[in-house]
Design a binder for this molecule. Structure first.
Ligand code: IMP
Ligand code: MG
Length: 333
């Protein structure tokens, strides 16, 4: 029963939430733990007709897994408590003592000046809160009364899960090219978000991880400022049916065709062992809701083989619809 890390291969919004939910259910995860930046992430999971919108808790919420948040993640207590209450999961939530707290002043600072005007951040306070952490003046979860009863030693727990051979899912957020170090600086988020950083966020060393699953959407999208090779006009995006709006910000996402170049570089930066391609049915409508690889059309399989050939990493999962169950699992067929 291995430990997996799930990361985004492009600029976020690759559909990691659905992949995490699928793996948690199918592979019977004992625990899912959130790494990544904080509530700037927006994950949508649709399972058995019910839609879950998450910004703080792991997308494994649809399974029975324990739901944890690592020390490296910024926590907005109101957002976290709201999700725990809305989905009635408080009894299986644990936040690491050391996680930094986002306060009102961080939200205010993220909604003005160059962060808003130049970078086009999500305005969720994450950059200013990380900045306070670096200055060593941030409040941490241990000292936040709103989180009383929900904090503990997440690093100890997740290492224990791996040590006894149970399945652990480590959930990253954002995408490789939004990494503070490996992304399109300065149009990036406020920390590294590649697999190594996600493991560090939750207190797992590099030798404890078996698989790194890199999630790439069948086309590339980006919100906010920064380069996007092959960017299409808004009309063309609409014509192709690739129009998307941000979960957190409601902004229209910019879009471009799938990029082998980015996928290849992201596979290197994350040491990806498997690729998950999401929204495959948007590119190949005839594959909608399919779950059997053999039944995909020749042109659809050709795309998958091209990705594997160019990137040099096997495509293990293919998302063919919004529901968690609309997934081709090539580990099985
Ligand atoms: P921040 O992370 O809110 O500081 O925003 C910095 C940049 O990262 C902006 O371009 C945001 O649009 C982008 N960003 C942050 N989180 C996400 C995400 O979860 N999905 C997509 N873009 C994101
Ligand atoms: Mg998102």
């Amino acid at each position: 029963m291995p430990a997996y890390v799930i990361v985004g291969g492009f600029f976020g919004d690759e559909g990691k939430g659905k992949i995490v939910a699928y793996l948690a259910l199918n592979d019977k995860a004992d625990t899912a733990v959130r790494g990544g930046v904080g509530p700037n992430a927006g994950h949508t999971v649709i399972h058995q007709g019910k839609t879950y919108k998450l910004r703080m808790l792991p997308s494994a919420i649809v399974s029975r897994a324990k739901l944890m948040v690592g020390a490296g993640v910024l926590v907005n207590p109101d957002v976290l408590l709201d999700e725990a209450k809305r989905y009635d999961v408080k009894s299986r939530v644990l936040v690491d003592y050391g996680a930094s707290i986002i306060e009102e002043k961080h939200l205010d600072a993220d909604r003005v000046g160059h962060l808003k005007e130049k970078i086009g951040t999500t305005g969720t306070g994450t950059g200013p809160a990380n900045s306070d952490r670096v200055l060593r003046v941030a409040k941490i979860a241990r000292d936040e009364p709103k989180l009383k009863g929900l904090v503990g030693d997440v690093a100890e727990h997740v290492n224990g899960v791996v040590d006894v051979g149970k399945n652990l899912i480590v959930e990253g957020t954002q995408g490789t090219f939004l990494s503070l170090y490996h992304g399109t600086y300065p149009y990036v988020t406020s920390k590294d978000v590649t697999a190594s950083a996600i493991c560090s966020d939750v207190g797992l060393g590099p030798k404890k991880v078996d698989d790194v699953i890199m999630v790439c959407k069948a086309y590339v999208t980006r919100v906010g400022a920064g380069e996007l090779d092959g960017e299409l006009s808004a009309e063309e995006v609409q014509k192709r049916g690739w129009q998307e709006f941000g979960t957190v910000t409601g902004r229209l996402r910019r879009a471009a065709p799938f990029s082998m170049k980015l996928a290849k570089r992201a596979a290197m930066l994350n040491s990806a062992t498997g690729i998950a391609i999401t929204k495959f049915d948007v590119l190949f409508p005839e594959t909608a809701n399919m779950t059997n690889y053999a039944k995909l059309t020749i042109r659809a399989k050709k795309f998958v083989e091209e990705v594997e050939g160019e990137v040099g990493v096997p495509v293990v999962l293919i998302g063919t619809g919004a529901e968690v169950s609309s997934t081709v699992d090539r580990r099985k067929n």
